[in-house]
Design a binder for this molecule. Sequence first.
Ligand code: RET
Length: 284
Amino acid sequence: MNSLGNATFENYVGMESGFSEMAYQMSAHVLTLGYAIMLAALLYFVLTMKSVSPKYRISSVLSVVVMVSAFLLLYVQAGNWTSAFTFDASSGTYQLANDADLFNNGYRYLNWLIDVPMLLFQILFVVTLKTSKFSSVRNGFWFSGTAMIITGYIGQFYEVTNPTLFFIWGAISTVFFFHILYLMKKVIDEGKQGISPKAAGYVGAIWTVFLFSWMLYPGAYLMPYLFSFSMEPALTETAVVARHITYTVADVVSKVIYGILLTLTAMELSKDEGYDYDSLTTTS
Ligand code: RET
């Protein structure tokens, strides 16, 4: 038995078999791509701010907050990867470094504590609720969002050492996740009422994008088990690379694509309400 304790499975793979050049570099590249996209999208949300009427601009502001915090986190996460493993010429693999921090996805979870409530609140500034109360949906989003992340954060420490605890905390987290999905579906259904078909189409697309991308996070949590089909985590580099890719796709879709769709919805609603940015700029 080695002395890695509650470290996540990436470290066990780095210690036991090491990473091939391809697995190590693909991980480094996909983590770098992640933060590069956040910075590029930050500019999009700043530059399109005025294309929507003032009451919708808070949605863009929230996207800006999410982009800045995600950029910083993903930058640190990429550095954590490259410093945790170093090239070992004798075996031709990347091995766990002796004098650096272990690799850990925990930073992500703490970043979600900021981003998850922001992403959930964001839609409430674009759609109009018909029957639900703004404050009760907002509180439900905040409570279940935070509880989902904290319980998942605790669970991920046990992914190698104690699968039972890992699955129990994961299951508790999933209960809160279902509550979020329930609330979001309500917001979407109410939001579609009384707006133009084009705007309602965007709101429908937001639900699809939301559902797809948020489901990827529990998939990434389960990744070592998805490759093993047993109560032993699969300590393979394939599972490690798959987790990095899953997180990056999930981050880009749940933050950037979702934010862009909210901007497009708000543009459409602004036009319908008489604020047409295109004609504002051509006539003045
Ligand atoms: C955890 C633990 C296992 C069970 C479930 C989870 C769900 C996580 C989700 C995270 C969403 C994060 C987002 C971040 C954006 O910045 C915590 C992995 C259900 C849904 C959208």
